[in-house]
Write a protein that binds this ligand. Structure first.
Ligand SMILES: Nc1ncnc2c1ncn2[C@@H]1O[C@H](COP(=O)(O)OP(=O)(O)OP(=O)(O)O)[C@@H](O)[C@H]1O
Ligand SMILES: [Mg+2]
Length: 338
């Protein structure tokens, strides 16, 4: 195995222009191959999602990018520098919320954040602003050990953001958040993206990835199984659209005969027609008695994710050995232009 190489910051190089580039990175823990030749780039200003089942290697990959772990093999560049060995000039440019955050538990929330801020030479105004951003102002004088799980998680996020870093790593930041706190965090993150920050975001909430991320990589068993915009992944998967009818509109057998219907079933109180040509099915239904009470449900990132990650009957996964989609970084604004 080769050692992790130092990456030259070459502005003329495609990878050198990216916020992060990872080439052929592998990592083994004993007999467990946690990462197996992962390559990807994250563009500056991009909101990049890392998805995958428990144990897929997401945290390992993020920790290698953050300089908390050393890859066994491959190349890693972060903001034009190598994260390993740890680079004192790089660290203040990164914001890191790890999956298992450490706290000064005897301090109050405000004192904890002020201590973190002081490490970066950041002033009091930033502490107050960040407490407000994560809605912890009311808990500012509560000891960290007395905060609820979700409030601690918000403090961990605040600790990653207080010094206004260029590149932010969040590893399952919404895992313990209530629905309102989750939406509030989305707004904080959208504002950071608007301000040009780059965000690497690990989550199991696929609605969140779909709502926030410019592109996502789906990791399975330490490999990149797919990488594209959520929209691109859903489109490429060619997943079916469901057309939902009131159950008394027709029988399942009649629905099965409608032109363009792949499958018809009764489910959740509706007659569900699966199709890949929803326009044609809607026209046929319109001609058969109108579209009153007819609803459609298009495929989501969750459908694509489950298809890629669910074990097959023989215990293997339906995962392609090579990435399905291009891995070239794109300026997010240009992502959907042709
Ligand atoms: N420090 C470690 N020592 C030994 N094995 C480890 C260590 N850290 C992770 N692993 C193993 O490496 C694999 C990848 O773990 P990792 O934490 O990167 O997964 P993950 O995708 O972040 O999962 P999750 O969604 O549960 O957070 C797992 O099989 C895990 O058991
Ligand atoms: Mg993890």
């Amino acid at each position: 195995m080769t050692e992790t190489e130092t990456v030259p910051a070459d502005p003329g190089d495609r990878a050198g222009d990216a916020a992060i580039h990872v080439e052929g990175v592998s990592k083994r823990y004993g007999s467990r191959q946690a990462l197996d030749g992962v390559s990807l780039h994250v563009a500056r200003g991009e909101f990049f999602g890392l998805l995958g089942p428990n144990g897929a290697g997401k945290t390992t990959l993020v920790e290698i990018m953050e300089g908390l772990r050393r890859a066994d093999a491959g190349t890693v560049g972060v903001l034009g520098a190598s994260p390993w060995p740890r680079d004192a000039a790089l660290l203040p440019r990164l914001g890191v919320q790890t999956q298992s955050s450490a706290f000064f538990v005897r301090l109050t929330a405000q004192e904890h954040l002020a201590t973190v801020a002081a490490l970066y030479g950041t002033g009091r105004a930033a502490v107050e602003r960040t407490l407000r951003a994560v809605a912890l102002t009311e808990q500012r004088d509560t000891r960290v050990e007395d905060l609820s799980g979700g409030q601690r998680q918000r403090l961990a996020i605040a600790s990653a953001l207080v010094h206004d870093p260029e590149l932010i790593f969040l590893d399952e930041p919404t895992a313990a958040l209530d629905p309102q706190a989750r939406r509030d965090l989305w707004n904080v993150l959208r504002a950071l993206k608007e301000a040009g920050r780059t965000i690497v975001y690990t989550t199991h909430h696929l609605d969140e990835a779909e709502a926030l991320c410019d592109r996502v990589a789906i990791l399975v068993d330490g490999r990149v199984a797919a990488l594209d915009s959520p929209r691109g992944l859903v489109g490429a998967a060619g997943a079916a659209t469901s057309v939902l009818l009131p159950p008394d509109r027709m029988t399942v057998a009649q629905a099965q005969e409608v032109e363009g219907v792949d499958r018809a079933v009764l489910s959740g109180g509706s007659l569900v027609l699966e199709t890949r040509v929803s326009g044609k099915v809607m026209s046929a239904l319109d001609a058969l008695g109108g579209l009153d009470g007819v609803q459609t449900r298009t495929a989501t990132l969750e459908d694509v994710y489950l298809k890629l990650t669910s074990p097959a009957a023989d215990g293997t996964r339906h995962t392609p050995q090579t990435p399905q989609t291009p891995q070239t970084p794109q300026t997010p604004d240009r992502e959907h232009q042709t």
